[in-house]
Design a protein around this ligand. Structure first.
Ligand SMILES: NC(=O)c1ccc[n+]([C@@H]2O[C@H](COP(=O)([O-])OP(=O)(O)OC[C@H]3O[C@@H](n4cnc5c(N)ncnc54)[C@H](OP(=O)(O)O)[C@@H]3O)[C@@H](O)[C@H]2O)c1
Length: 247
């Protein structure tokens, strides 16, 4: 198996934590880097925990500096990036959203993934390492949900950025692949937060409460296992957008 560096943003809980766990367990040759603002306990010597705030250019640049040094030091054949960190932001009608919350949500969900994917492509081409990027999207990239203005906009923006980069990878024949993935409704803190909202904040809160009560949420571990098997699989094409509900 190739010696891979696997980078997972938003690694301390939810889907990101489940991705760390599956790569540590199954990817016996992989080195795994987890990035979030909160330390995550993980005893594997193949795991590196990085504390960083991805809501600023400086935070993203410090992460890229560290990753560049790591890739230069070690002979990786492939780098995989899961742009997974995300925030729902304040759930209010979009005309009432605060400037700070709009800016933070769009930065973490769209700008930071774009900065990180560009940085890794540049490191990959200078170090001769193939790069695969998986951008965590959502059905909200295509469908308007009231109260989720910045979240929907950021996921739609990241979907377009994925498609543009995919086109450019083909055009410039880069040794890279980028694709987007919607994980369905996953049992994480993001969903717990949603269910506590009032219907005046989010008209569909009852639907999400019912999905939970009926046991219809996917476990983070099952989605992480799906993604573990999907990377490197040619079925997931450069520039594509895949929804777990179609499989
Ligand atoms: N759960 C779902 O039903 C669902 C559905 C569709 C799409 N998704 C997408 O799947 C991804 C994972 O979602 P999840 O449900 O696992 O979310 P979650 O439980 O809320 O976890 C979010 C992760 O992002 C990190 N994060 C947030 N702000 C950050 C910042 N400024 N800098 C660095 N890290 C930051 C958090 O760590 P810290 O706060 O410690 O930094 C945490 O690890 C997200 O992109 C989400 O939009 C989820």
């Amino acid at each position: 198996m190739n010696k891979r560096l696997v980078i997972i943003t938003g690694s301390n809980r939810g889907l990101g934590k489940a991705l760390v766990d599956v790569f540590v367990r199954e990817g016996t040759e992989d080195i795994i880097v987890g990035i979030s603002r909160t330390y995550v306990e993980q005893s594997s010597p193949r795991y590196v925990d990085v504390g960083a705030d991805l809501s600023s250019i400086e935070g993203c640049e410090s992460v890229l500096l560290m990753l560049g040094q790591l890739i230069e030091r070690d002979a990786f054949e492939q780098v995989i990036l899961f742009n997974n960190a995300g925030r729902l932001g304040e759930v209010v009608p979009s005309f009432q959203a605060s400037p700070y919350d709009i800016a933070q949500t769009i930065f973490v969900n769209q700008t930071a993934p774009m900065i990180l994917q560009n940085g890794l492509l540049s490191i990959g081409s200078s170090q001769n390492v193939a790069v695969e990027i998986v951008n965590l999207l959502s059905g909200a990239a295509l469908k308007a949900y009231d109260g989720w203005g910045a979240y929907c906009a950021s996921k739609a923006g990241l979907l377009m950025a994925t498609q543009v980069l995919g086109t450019e990878i083909n055009l410039h024949q880069l040794p890279a692949k980028v694709w987007g993935f919607a994980p369905g409704v996953v049992d994480t803190e993001m969903q717990t937060t949603l269910r506590t909202l009032d219907s005046s904040q989010f008209s569909q809160v009852e639907r999400f409460q019912c999905l939970f009560a009926e046991g219809q949420l996917r476990s983070p571990a099952s989605v992480a296992t799906f993604l573990y098997q999907a990377v490197g699989n040619p079925q997931f094409e450069n520039g594509g957008f895949y929804d777990i509900r179609s499989f």
